[in-house]
Write a protein that binds this ligand. Structure first.
Ligand SMILES: Cc1cc2nc3c(=O)[nH]c(=O)nc-3n(C[C@H](O)[C@H](O)[C@H](O)COP(=O)(O)OP(=O)(O)OC[C@H]3O[C@@H](n4cnc5c(N)ncnc54)[C@H](O)[C@@H]3O)c2cc1C
Length: 466
């Protein structure tokens, strides 16, 4: 009897995905039983071949099934929410979530973690339990390419076909603005003075640097809009300043803001700078970066030159690499792209391909009124639920009606005593068919806002992981 190695290998690789969704499913899999040796011991791969469950990017990661498949690229705030809601709304779909990190690390609340207000456990969440509970496949792998013409995603562990694709890749740092194609400068900047705006290695580096900081000048460069979570750099500055004050560290912080003023919650942050950290924080508007030298620790901006002992260097943000590889980011300079995904503002799909959705921070221009949705975890969570509903409607043979997100953001401005400020956004469509944004800033520092912040975080983590 001849042995079809490749077919049996494919069956094994399919089982690898099933393993990620739980041992019970894998144990019941006839594919796994077929692969087992007849003497009851584990099957050995043919001589000279890799063990069955080690796969290459050229392998088939999951064979095509009988039901439509949604592949979600990126298991951050958008991706993980989309996986759960899709399984709840459309149980007949096969849902596959691809993510490079083994553990979810939350950027929201991470400023509090940097200064020891919350522990690591508060920010981290397990992918395996939730994927098993809701019956989607979580596969930890690097996504390498997206072949739109073949409806395939290529990962380090093999390729898989999709019927619907959801891209939630987050952001990339546009170091090209500072260093053009000088990779060495970009890598040195990220390694020595990371922004800590992409989870999670950079956050650990920054936390260690802050713990080791004995005093001196800490500089923060803020990116131009649109950027991930616009108020959070100001929150970070306030919380680091409160740590300096509480621990009596002789540190000074200079915020070099590309913008001409603090936004959002400007009056709230400015009164915190002036009333709580007058001797620690200096705020410099219109400080567009012209040159950075991470080796000499020097920055030249339109507002002057600055030397630093340590720095948090935030290059401009753009849609994550994957969005570019998927071809949803139009050429920079071409309207309305600018480095973000060009999607239908109401239905969040690629303008030319209804089977490819983009959610979360990568989403580009959506409105002449406010341009971009705030790049917030709350919005990514809402986008995910909305797109899950759109796919559910399409699967039921109905045209979906558009839905819009909302947004809430709480910022702690002092860690002792703990007080916060916040901002709220709502959206509606005006009589010209344009999406309109209403923004309400809550500038008064209040302890109750901190309670609301923790409630928000617990509720939304639960929405994604419980
Ligand atoms: C300091 C800070 C504070 C913040 N505070 C708040 C807040 O209070 N409230 C709020 O709403 N938002 C906040 N945010 C913003 C929030 O973190 C983002 O808006 C949110 O993470 C966006 O979700 P996303 O799914 O678009 O991207 P992400 O959550 O970044 O998810 C993208 C995922 O894609 C994965 N990925 C990318 N490329 C690949 C690849 N090639 N292969 C495999 N996996 C890949 C990444 O590993 C990542 O897990 C804050 C952000 C920061 C940095």
């Amino acid at each position: 009897m001849t042995h079809d190695y490749r077919a049996s290998r494919r069956r094994f690789l399919a089982s690898a995905g099933a393993l990620a969704t739980g041992a019970a499913a894998a144990a019941a899999s006839p594919a796994l039983a077929q692969g087992a040796a007849t003497n009851g011991s584990p099957a050995a791969p043919p001589a000279g071949k890799l063990p069955y469950l080690i796969s290459r990017s050229t392998d088939t990661l999951l064979p095509r099934g009988k039901v439509p498949r949604v592949v979600i690229c990126g298991g951050g705030w958008g991706g993980v929410t989309a996986a759960k809601y899709l399984r709840q709304l459309v149980p007949h779909l096969e849902v596959v979530l691809l993510e490079r990190n083994p553990v979810f690390f939350s950027c929201p609340m991470s400023n509090k973690w940097l200064v020891d207000v919350v522990e690591t456990q508060f920010l981290t969440h397990d992918y395996l339990g939730v994927s098993e509970k809701y019956g989607y496949r979580f596969i930890q792998t690097e996504i390498l390419e997206i072949e739109r013409d073949r409806k395939q995603v290529i990962t380090a562990a093999g390729g898989l076909h999709y019927d619907y694709l959801i891209l939630s890749p987050g952001i990339r740092y546009n170091y090209e603005t500072w260093f053009a194609n000088d990779r060495r400068m970009a890598e040195a900047t990220r390694a020595r003075f990371p922004a800590a705006y992409i989870p999670s290695a950079e956050h650990f580096h920054l936390k260690r640097a802050l713990q080791d900081f004995k005093g001196g000048h800490l500089v923060m460069t803020l990116p131009p809009p649109p950027q991930r979570c616009p108020p959070s750099p100001y929150e970070r500055a306030c919380l680091i300043a409160s740590m300096f004050r509480n621990k009596k560290i002789p540190g000074k912080i200079t915020i070099l803001d590309h913008k001409d003023g603090v936004r959002p919650i400007g009056p709230g942050f400015k009164s915190a700078f002036e009333e709580l950290y007058k001797d620690i924080i200096t705020y410099v508007p219109n400080a567009r970066v012209e040159e950075i030298d991470p080796f000499k620790k020097h920055i030249r901006t339109e507002a002057g030159d600055f030397d630093f002992d340590h720095a948090i260097l935030m290059a401009p943000h753009q849609a994550g690499d994957l969005a570019w590889k998927a071809g949803v980011v139009p050429p920079v300079g071409g309207k309305p792209g600018g480095g973000w995904a060009d999607v239908d503002p109401f239905f969040l799909h690629d303008r030319k391909d209804k089977d490819v959705y983009v959610i979360g921070d990568a989403v580009g221009f959506v409105s002449d009124h406010f341009a971009y949705y705030p790049k917030a975890g709350h919005v990514a969570n809402r986008h995910a639920r909305i797109v899950a509903y759109y796919i559910a409607e399409r699967e039921a043979g109905r045209e979906p009606a558009y839905r819009l997100p909302d947004n809430l953001c709480f910022m702690m401005v002092d860690s002792n005593p703990q007080v916060g400020i916040s901002v709220k956004f709502d959206y509606k469509v005006n009589d010209k068919g344009v999406i309109e944004q209403t923004q309400i800033d809550f500038n008064e520092r209040k302890p109750e806002t901190v309670g609301e912040d923790f409630n928000w975080a617990r509720t939304i983590y639960e929405d994604m992981f419980a």
